[in-house]
Design a protein around this ligand. Structure first.
Ligand code: IDP
Ligand code: MG
Length: 150
């Protein structure tokens, strides 16, 4: 077990379908802490950087086109084994292969519109979190500490 922080994206289909609350609630109910969160629209450069590992694949242009097509909600989610735990909540990449009860099985139909992104390793999480957040965005820990200690 390791205390981890992972990047979660509610992709543009999640925002346009009004599923952000449903998605964020799943991570909260599992007990993970949301330590940073914001809505934004990605430009092509940041999208290509985020999905860099898929450069050259046949679906890369569609993927970048889709992720930049509208606002998304980015979250930094923290907890024990949060990287694998969040991927479990999200479900398999292809919704048809995702286990019922997972977000992609319950709310998505196709691999190209599968609602949610979650980092897949500690290296990816570190790299991806840096694309979406700067240190000053992680206020929750400090705020909580101040609140608890008065
Ligand atoms: P993941 O999101 O489950 O980590 P990845 O393999 O990292 O899956 O792929 C990134 C995203 O690219 C997927 O979430 C999906 O939207 C899209 N994608 C992956 N494979 C395909 C494909 O074969 N066709 C179309 N889109 C794909
Ligand atoms: Mg991935």
């Amino acid at each position: 077990m390791a205390h981890e922080t992972t990047l979660i994206l509610c992709k543009p289909d999640a925002v346009s379908r009004g599923l952000v609350g449903e998605i964020v609630g799943r991570f909260e109910r599992r007990g993970y802490a949301i330590v940073a969160m914001h809505m934004m629209q990605l430009d092509g450069e940041r999208a290509r950087s985020h999905y860099g590992e898929h450069k050259g694949k046949p679906f890369f242009a569609d993927l970048v086109g889709f992720i930049t097509s509208g606002p998304l909600v980015a979250l930094a989610v923290e907890g024990e084994s949060a990287i694998e735990g969040c991927r479990q909540i999200i479900g398999a990449t292809d919704p048809m292969r995702a286990v019922p009860g997972s977000l992609r099985a319950d709310f998505a139909q196709t691999i190209g519109r599968n609602l949610v992104h979650g980092s897949d390793s500690t290296e990816s999480a570190k790299r991806e979190l840096a694309i979406f957040f700067k240190d000053a965005d992680f206020t929750r820990g400090r705020e909580l500490e101040r609140w608890i200690s008065g």
